[in-house]
Design a protein around this ligand. Structure first.
Ligand SMILES: Nc1ncnc2c1ncn2[C@@H]1O[C@H](COP(=O)(O)OP(=O)(O)OP(=O)(O)O)[C@@H](O)[C@H]1O
Length: 348
């Protein structure tokens, strides 16, 4: 069974925030986004045509004819979106405030099911080729979800979601950094940073059946190196050791928490990460440095962001416009980011 690491106390709050999104409110049961995890290894075995299998291996995400509707009023936010993400295909999502960028990431996270269309993640190392769906009602926990085929992946290196305000756990600095991939004894933290409609924590689509298959647990040296890599080496001396415990959301600035979240990424090395304004509190130099680090680590990323500097670290742009309530026309476009894009931006 896949476990998406949402602390139960937050899961409840998510239900409150998104309760209107619950599929039980839908008048038309066919109006639900279908979220599927596909096992690349099994797929490869199933394919007799080698080139096709190779193509599928490199694909990480497939969005097909996705229309996002708001939960109760069923107002369309995004019309008929289709796109594929391959390894090292870094996508920047832009658009005016309220156009639906975060809602799109929620849909990818299985936290927004109102709408239609299909989202397929290609996960390496999973056990079954069709791993199952995870609609919003299946707010991830250890529980099972009636009517939902349970994913069976044990690949904790799959997909991570990283919000603007990273989720801080109660524990030592070491535990912060090992979260969520090696989070056996971590206690969820209650602090002032309650979910405010954004995804409030780093979340890995991972599994719980067999801890032994997690990647090798980082050593103290690995962790110290990663802190240096995200330019946080100085906090070790400030807080004495990796094994000191503080209320981290209070003693670290938001920019430091964002760098810490990138340190977690560098330790866990997911195949794909969804970044929702995850560098918003950082200066441009630190932002550039973090993007270079995750790219060098082989992590493919989809980012939401407003800063123009972000164009430099992405290959493609998905622009979402505010949907016209009187139209069913597509309200998005995708274009490559190249020298021309950068040149045109510099003239604005
Ligand atoms: N649970 C919900 N129920 C009803 N409407 C919602 C819900 N969540 C978001 N919305 C609405 O959907 C629209 C899109 O919100 P979303 O957060 O996706 O926008 P965004 O493009 O990420 O905006 P920003 O750039 O300001 O973060 C907004 O009008 C918002 O009010």
């Amino acid at each position: 069974m896949i476990t998406v690491l949402i602390p139960p106390m937050y899961a409840g709050e998510f239900d409150d925030i998104l309760d209107n999104s619950s599929s039980k409110d839908l008048s038309d049961p066919s109006e639900e986004i279908n979220l599927v995890y596909y096992d690349v290894k099994s797929l490869t075995l199933l394919e007799s045509n080698g080139s096709m299998a190779m193509d599928q291996c490199q694909k990480l995400l497939d969005i097909e004819n996705l229309t996002l509707l708001t939960p109760k009023s069923k107002t369309a936010l995004i019309w008929d979106l289709s796109l594929e993400i391959y390894e090292k295909d870094h996508l920047l999502v832009t658009g005016p405030s309220g156009s639906g960028k975060t809602s799109l990431l929620r849909a990818l996270a299985g936290l927004w099911s109102t709408g239609r269309g299909k989202i397929t993640f290609y996960v390496k190392g999973a056990e079954d080729h069709l791993l199952g769906a995870a609609p919003l009602e299946a707010t991830p926990s250890q529980d099972t979800y009636p009517g939902v085929e349970q994913p069976k992946s044990k690949d904790s290196r799959g997909i991570f979601f990283l919000p603007q305000r990273p989720y801080m756990v109660l524990g030592t600095l070491r535990q912060q950094l090992l979260y969520p991939t090696w989070a056996e004894d971590v206690i969820p933290m209650t602090d002032g940073d309650k979910p405010d409609g954004t995804l409030p924590f780093l979340m890995g689509v991972s599994t719980s059946e067999n801890e032994g298959e997690n990647p090798r647990k980082p050593t103290t040296d690995d962790i110290i190196q990663v802190l240096e890599d995200v330019r946080l080496g100085y906090i070790l001396s400030r807080f004495n050791s990796l094994d000191s415990t503080y209320e981290w959301s209070s003693v670290l600035s938001l920019g430091e928490q964002q760098r810490l979240a990138f340190a977690r990424l560098l330790l866990s090395k997911p195949n794909l990460v969804l970044l929702d304004e995850s560098t918003s509190a950082l200066d441009e130099a630190n932002e550039a440095h973090l993007y270079q680090q995750i790219e060098a680590a082989g992590i493919t990323y989809v980012s939401i962001g407003h800063r123009r500097t972000l164009y430099g670290y992405h290959n493609r742009l998905l622009h979402i416009s505010a949907a016209d309530p009187n139209s069913t026309q597509r309200n998005w476009y995708i274009e490559p980011i190249n020298q021309d894009t950068m040149y045109n931006l510099s003239k604005l």
